[in-house]
Design a protein around this ligand. Structure first.
Ligand code: 7RM
Length: 656
């Protein structure tokens, strides 16, 4: 009964929300204006994806579009192409002088690199790699800061047909070592160091520690970024600049099979060793080029696109490197932290380079909300015409704030749902067509068949909630887990069978068939026999004007099953007082129902997050249970944990 009540109030919460139709101005210039695109793609998905593959330059056309031996699938079979050729060479005639990247270093240095500059550098490095013995089919590890050499290194690998494995520069020596060993990489491309909040991250030091335990590594290429003195091992280590200066700037692009591996990217789930997600060539580039063009409404001649993620994550692979370059677009590449030297750094960059599209994560938006509007208000942000969100569900308040204070009230906000595994965006609005609902990722991209199932695999239908699934493969989807195909099947295809991909997320469908993402299904609490998703309670908390960010976990309770513990960051100008605590409990009771009221609320300046900004509820659960937090290797802001643990002592141990 109470479950029904909760359902009802959540529905009420969703229903009262505003909707935003695309403006006539936006639609009149949009890349997609005809809703018929959806029907066309649904009627013949293969033909639709073929039309998108035609966006690329193929050395040889494919013989067969799609082959599905569930859970495996292949795309554009027999087709030959090269990713670096598609991202660089084919633009040179018409757009060689166009800027590929406006690069902004954290200390204030900057460089604008044109497509021909990048082509030159990529060819030289590709020749350098060949000279070091790297050839088609080899793996190359890349451990670099956000500098132009990072996309150059990825493209150099693609040019010669070696797969890259980019390891985020914030990862430790151990993480780097494990990833290198899993893929048996032959070469590592790293740097002396990188800048973060004015400090130098000692990348080469970490790399040396890692490589000491990596038998496969033969050579280490070192970019000189910080010019610190670093150890250079005779015979193994080579300075990047020395290597490329000695090479020719001509290098033929290897003809690759559509299904050849382009890269491996490791993703750490909540448990177990990181999974090496394998992406291939033709399908992947088709997916990222198509989604980037249609969802971000890209006009390559005039747009300045800024995806503010790190290239070490899939968001950076697909929407800083491969999508934008395949589309010949100008991007911003920023090396450092959003609050260095001050909290308006991003807005200064938007103003200076007249960014037209910004793509970032809810966690960043909520952090900006916490810092207050004085920072964006200091700058002219009128160049922004479209905003994007990715990485977590975006709560309606953050959505509205983003549109209002960053987008000037009229920029559409596209909330894009996808994963490392899907390679490209799967659920999102098309900004010239779709009516937006703050908090909903809206509907599946053309050619994507998404749905929501119940525990037994039945359709929940409009108005229902359950498990998000993808019912047919799309070209940019990963092909397997590197070296562990059994785990591929087990992780993603056990729940609903070989033909239905289960991404691990919960979702609801509203009456218009819009998707409302509810976070990972493991983040569901059981309160007195009722299933409540942590996200729903968090969403109610951040709905309160004093709250910037909230994370909710269940704490085992002998009576209730679980009780709800909330970790809450107040917004600028608000204090975590007892009065606020009472108010927030009442607020949740009002918005969702009494049952969802947090049993305890702990105020904290920040929440533990992964290095890509996702809240680590697992660690908060440990703390709430009075246990020592588990594996913290992927944690971005470790010191906050001790602070939160100290504050959580009042919860006592479970028996106390
Ligand atoms: C791109 C990326 C994937 C997980 C995914 C979700 C969550 C991502 C959204 C989202 C709600 C969104 N890749 N997620 N985007 N949840 N709305 N728009 O983030 O592999 O690092 O993470 O992120 O849980 O399964 S990822």
């Amino acid at each position: 009964m109470v479950d029904k009540e909760i359902e009802k109030t959540i529905e009420a919460l969703l229903e009262e929300r505003r909707e935003f139709k695309p403006s006539a101005d936006f639609t009149s210039q949009a890349n997609v204006r005809e809703a018929a695109i959806y029907q066309r793609a649904a009627d013949d998905p293969e033909a639709w994806w073929e039309s998108q593959a035609d966006r690329l330059d193929w050395f040889q056309k494919w013989d067969k579009t799609f082959e599905w031996n569930a859970p495996h699938h292949k795309w554009f079979i027999g087709g030959k192409l090269n990713v670096a050729h598609n991202c660089l060479d084919r633009h040179l005639d018409s757009a060689g002088d166009r800027v590929a990247y406006h690069w902004v270093g954290e200390p204030g240095d900057n460089r604008s690199i044109t497509y021909s500059d990048l082509h030159d550098q990529v060819c030289r490095l590709a020749n350098g790699l060949k000279e070091l013995g790297v050839s088609k089919g080899d793996r190359v590890a890349i451990y670099l800061p956000m500098i132009p050499e990072l996309p150059a290194a990825m493209l150099a690998c693609a040019r010669i047909g070696a797969a890259h494995s980019v390891v985020f520069g914030g990862f430790s020596a151990e993480s780097l070592r494990d990833r290198i060993n899993d893929a048996a990489c032959r070469v590592l491309i790293t740097a002396d160091g990188g800048y973060r909040r004015g400090q130098i991250i000692p990348l080469k030091l970490n790399a040396d520690d890692a490589v000491a335990e990596c038998e496969s590594i033969e050579k280490v290429i070192v970019v000189q970024r910080t010019l610190e003195d670093v150890n250079m091992q005779e015979g193994r280590d080579i300075v990047y600049q020395d290597l490329i200066e000695a090479q020719s700037s001509e290098c033929e692009a290897e003809s690759m099979d559509s299904e050849d591996m382009l890269y491996i990217l490791y993703t750490s789930g909540t448990t177990g060793k990181p999974k090496g997600i394998v992406h291939t060539t033709g399908g992947y580039l088709t997916g990222v080029s198509s989604t980037h063009h249609l969802i971000f409404d890209i006009k390559p001649e005039s747009d300045v696109f800024w995806c503010a993620a790190d290239i070490g994550w899939v968001t950076g692979h697909s929407y800083i490197v491969y999508g934008p370059l395949a589309n010949g677009c100008t991007s911003i590449l920023y090396e450092g932290a959003p609050d260095w030297p001050d909290k308006d750094r991003w807005w200064g960059i938007v103003e200076e380079y007249k960014a037209t599209i910004l793509y970032t994560a809810p966690t960043a938006i909520r952090t900006m909300m916490k810092w207050g509007i004085d920072y964006p208000n200091k700058h002219d942000l009128t160049s922004l015409r479209l905003l994007g969100s990715v990485g977590e569900p975006i709560n309606p308040e953050a959505w509205i704030w983003y549109q209002e204070f960053i987008g000037g009230g009229d920029a559409p906000v596209v909330d894009t749902w996808w994963q490392t595994e899907t390679g490209a965006i799967m659920i999102s609005a098309l900004p010239g067509l779709t009516t937006l609902k703050p908090g909903s990722a809206t509907i599946a991209f053309p050619g994507v068949e998404a749905d929501v199932l119940d525990d037994k695999g039945g359709l929940v239908g409009k108005g229902g909630g359950g498990y998000l699934v993808l019912k047919r493969p799309t070209p940019a989807m990963f092909r397997t887990i590197f070296g562990d195909d059994e785990r591929y099947r087990k992780t993603y295809f056990e729940k609903f069978g070989d033909e239905i991909y289960f991404p691990g997320d919960g979702a609801k469908l509203d009456d218009d068939g819009y998707f409302w993402l509810l976070g990972r299904v493991d983040d569901v609490m059981n309160v007195a026999g009722h299933r409540i998703s942590t996200y729903e309670v968090e969403s109610a908390l951040v709905d309160h004007q004093a709250v910037a960010e909230a994370a909710v976990v269940g704490r085992k309770d002998p009576k209730e099953g679980e009780t709800i513990v909330a970790f809450v960051t107040p917004r600028a100008g608000h204090e975590g007082t007892d009065e606020l605590m009472i108010e927030l409990r009442q607020h949740v009771a009002k918005v969702i129902g009494k049952l969802a009221r947090p049993h305890a609320i702990i105020f904290t300046d920040d929440l533990p997050k992964t290095r890509s900004g996702k809240i680590m509820r697992r660690l908060l659960r440990d703390i709430a249970e009075g246990e020592k937090p588990g594996d913290v290797t992927t944690l971005q802001n470790a010191p906050i944990l001790d602070e939160i643990r100290e504050k959580a002592k009042s919860l006592g141990s479970r028996d106390g």
